[in-house]
Structure formats: structure tokens, C-alpha cells
Ligand binder design. Structure first.
Ligand code: FES
Ligand code: FES
Length: 155
């Protein structure tokens, strides 16, 4: 099935079987490998991407549902040669260890802070509760997202 949508600010065309998930389409057909799956049934948040402004589980969405949408992956919220403020805060606070959850955490945090740059720690904890991390104990992640808020403050 031929699809057209926008991926990280660029128009893409892709031909995938009808049952392809958005996660598999992004990773295996469009080779944006920052997006990956963990549980494949909507629980872990590792596959989170932003579709038309909302953080969604790309393992639960079919690629065909992204037709004409704007999709953003972790590559789309990254810079080529330097860390973004959010990434720098993750590094500073040791908010990642194995890194498996990190793309989903970054995308979820980015979507939250874009909408709610003043989010408090309870709100951050609440929103990130849909993303599972087996390594960090979550506290460094919450601290990192909390510190990154200033980069999203509305001017
Ligand atoms: S792989 Fe999508 S939520 Fe776990
Ligand atoms: S850093 Fe390993 S799962 Fe989160």
C-alpha cells in the first residue's frame, strides 16, 4: 500500500503491506532506527512518536493511519552535531543506562514540555508513567525533564 506522510519535517513516500505498524514502517522501511519496539502491545512506551502533535504508541498504530500526518521521531528532535537541551539534561542527570527506553522517554518529555513548559514534577511523573524504564529508577529522568523546562519556556 502506497502512503505519503511527513517524517521529521520531510515528505516521505513508502510502500508497505496493509498490516504494517507505524513503528515497523518507520524503523524497517524508512530506516529511522531511533524508534523501536519493546512490548509491542502499548505498555512500555519505547515506540512512542509524535503524530500531529500528540505522543502516540507507534506499535498500536497502523502505518496507513499516518497518511497525510506529520510524524516526529527522536531523530526529529535531535541536532546533528550537538545535544539538545533535553538530551543534555538527560546526560547531566544520568537519566539513561542501557538506553532502550530513552527514545520514547525523550519523545514523551518533548511532547509534554512543548504543551506544558511549566509542568511540575508530579505532572512529569504522571505523564512519564506510561514509559517503562528497567534501569534508572525514574528519579534521574524526572529531574532531567524538570531541568529541561526552561528550554521550552514560551518567549
Ligand atoms: S512497543 Fe509500543 S508500547 Fe511497547
Ligand atoms: S535506561 Fe535501560 S530501560 Fe531505561
Amino acid at each position: 500500500m502506497k502512503l505519503n506522510f511527513e517524517l521529521n519535517g520531510k515528505p516521505v513516500k513508502v510502500d508497505v503491506p496493509e498490516r504494517t505498524t507505524l513503528a515497523d514502517c518507520i524503523r524497517h522501511h524508512l530506516l529511522q532506527t531511533g524508534t523501536h519496539v519493546g512490548c509491542e502491545h502499548g505498555v512500555c512506551g519505547a515506540c512512542t512518536v509524535i503524530v500531529d502533535g500528540a505522543a502516540v504508541r507507534s506499535c498500536l498504530m497502523l502505518a496507513v493511519q499516518a497518511e497525510d500526518a506529520c510524524v516526529t521521531t527522536v531523530e526529529g528532535i535531535s541536532n546533528e552535531n550537538s545535544l539538545t537541551p533535553l538530551q543534555a539534561c538527560f546526560r547531566k542527570h544520568h537519566a539513561l543506562q542501557c538506553g532502550f527506553c530513552t527514545p520514547g522517554m525523550l519523545i514523551t518529555a518533548h511532547a509534554l514540555l512543548t504543551e506544558e513548559p511549566g509542568a511540575g514534577k508530579d505532572r512529569i511523573r504522571d505523564v512519564l508513567s506510561g514509559n517503562i524504564c528497567r534501569c534508572t529508577g525514574y528519579i534521574p529522568i524526572v529531574e532531567a525533564v524538570y531541568e529541561a523546562r526552561s528550554a521550552y519556556a514560551r518567549k
